[in-house]
Design a protein around this ligand. Structure first.
Ligand code: G3P
Length: 214
């Protein structure tokens, strides 16, 4: 299972990358805005930091203009994955990208039929948003289970990239379902390593070690 970090904050990316846990990065226009930096400048810096897929999102609404954006984005760095919203025009652009060998991450997926279409269009990744579904009292992880089943049924090459992750349980459940990738905030990545019994046990070991005759 691959772990991507969902941020455009280069300091966070550096910190998590140092832990050796970052296989790739996902960004979106809101995260770029939050970084307070210029889009291309921050994307280039992220590409220099992490040797893995880096998702950069398009911001137009027609297939031709989305495809034109994709061409420009993939020229920024060979690791760029073009993130395209799951709308009809977006799916057309995904198909055009697939024909040119441009990798895509189809985003804002909220049901399994959308995911089926993205796979048929030739998406490299599908990004179902689990946290935002939970927010409106739909069980986000049920969507991941359905998508994994559909993709297995037909041997689709599209990878399931679980997005809008809010807690470690989302990551754990995604791994049990066989999702290919989890993209998460740095905080969730850190939480995955922690258990209070580990801290208590370590303290006891170190306290006892002090008492061992040396
Ligand atoms: O990048 C897409 C997704 O992970 C956004 O998450 O927390 O804004 O719903 P969130």
């Amino acid at each position: 299972m691959k772990f991507f970090i969902d941020t455009a904050d280069v300091n966070e990316i550096k910190e998590m990358n140092d832990m050796g846990l970052v296989d790739g990065v996902t960004t979106n226009p809101s995260l770029i805005y939050k970084s307070g930096r210029k889009f291309e400048e921050v994307i280039k810096e992220i590409c220099d930091l992490v040797d893995g897929p880096i998702s950069a999102e398009t911001v137009t609404l027609e297939a031709k203009s989305i495809f034109d954006e994709a061409i420009k984005l993939k020229d920024i760095h060979p690791n760029i994955v073009v993130k395209i919203p799951l709308i009809t025009e977006g799916l057309k652009a995904v198909k055009m990208c697939a024909a040119e060998g441009i990798k895509t991450n189809v985003t804002l997926c909220f049901n399994a039929s959308q995911a089926l279409l993205a796979a048929k269009a030739g998406a490299t990744y599908i990004s179902p948003f689990v946290g935002r579904l939970d927010d409106i009292t739909h069980v986000g992880m049920d969507l991941i289970e359905d998508i994994c089943t559909i993709y297995q049924n037909y041997d689709f090459a599209t990878e399931v990239l679980v997005a809008s992750i809010r807690n470690p349980l989302h990551v754990l459940e995604a791994s049990l379902m066989g999702a290919d990738v989890a993209t998460m905030p740095a905080q969730v990545m850190k939480q995955l390593a922690h258990h209070p019994l580990t801290d208590i046990g370590l303290k006891k070991f170190l306290d006892d070690w002090e008492k061992v005759p040396k």
